[in-house]
Design a protein around this ligand. Structure first.
Ligand code: SAM
Length: 273
């Protein structure tokens, strides 16, 4: 019988943020594939877990993949852990999961901490729909494309960023997001945990002094939201909306044309008919 592949979430700072199930699985599996074995060893020692650790970092992920799949096929149960948080989320995990599925190996997630989700729920920004971008690309062209995506995105955006690059990223974003709300979630679950809420100008001023792990959350483009809502109305509904707001016919036609990005004569002709 084939073994099972467990993806075990570990704490993102506070060691108490590990589940009973995670500890049980880490004790029971045949071995643990860890992003950094020294890091994971500290966690195992803290919870008195004795098990075999093998390394599975970004640079040997593909080579490790065939070894791990081979062991799973032999019937060994394996846990994947990253340095912190949920494996596969801007961390190793994705490749081995894809390969395991191809090989009909059962993949079992063991839920726990994830920095992005915890930053989002405490941010005060919309949580109904959101976009997780992970780390922004380093490549100039790809980065530019991503920044353009952020400009037009109408859902809450979550970005991971290294502290020494934060100021540069904020400067890149400044013109694109203008007055949209922005939140910097820093050192979540640790002693210096802080969520700084404000606008981008305020954050640029403050971020020089900030150290530690950080996540940036940006309010969705509200103009795009309004645009989408209005564009989903029929022309008659759109007309009535402005009529209720007290605008006269001429103003209404102008406003509808502007909101829909069409010539006002088109709207005028429609209503004449
Ligand atoms: N797999 C992890 C997860 O589930 O969140 C993310 C790993 S990624 C390599 C590391 C990035 O996550 C950091 O650069 C930072 O943006 C974010 N991060 C991790 N721990 C954090 C914390 N305690 N507070 C704020 N951000 C954190």
């Amino acid at each position: 019988m084939k073994g099972k592949l467990y993806l075990v979430a570990t704490p993102i700072g506070n060691l108490e943020d590990i589940t009973f199930r995670a500890i049980k699985i880490l004790k029971e599996v045949d071995f643990i594939a860890a992003e950094d074995t020294r890091n994971t060893l500290k966690l195992l020692n803290h919870f008195q877990i004795k098990n075999t650790l093998i390394s599975n970092h970004r640079h040997n992920e593909e080579e490790r993949e065939s070894f791990l799949i081979h062991k799973l096929k032999e019937g060994k149960n394996i846990a994947i852990v990253s340095d912190a948080g949920t494996p596969g989320i801007s961390d190793p995990g994705e490749f081995i999961v894809k390969k395991a599925i191809e090989e009909n190996i059962e993949v079992i997630p063991i839920p726990g901490a994830c920095a992005a989700i915890n930053a989002l729920i405490a941010s005060g920004l919309d949580t109904k729909e959101f976009v997780f971008l992970g780390f922004l690309p380093m490549h100039k062209k790809l980065r530019k494309e991503k920044l353009e995506e952020i400009k037009n995105e109408n859902k809450t955006i979550i970005i991971y960023e290294a502290p020494h690059k934060m100021k540069e990223t904020l400067k890149d974003l400044k013109e694109l997001i203008k007055n949209r709300k922005i939140v910097l979630a820093r050192e979540l679950t640790k002693i210096n945990e802080k969520l700084i809420r404000g606008n981008i100008e305020e954050l640029i001023q403050k971020c020089d002094k900030l150290k530690g792990e950080m996540i940036l959350l940006i309010e969705g483009n509200q103009e795009k939201n309004t645009e989408n809502i209005l564009n989903n109305l029929s022309l008659e509904e759109h007309y009535k909306l402005y009529e209720k707001q007290g605008f006269d016919k001429k103003e209404i036609i102008k406003k509808i044309a502007k909101a829909r990005g069409v010539n006002k004569n088109e709207i005028y002709q429609y209503f004449i008919k």
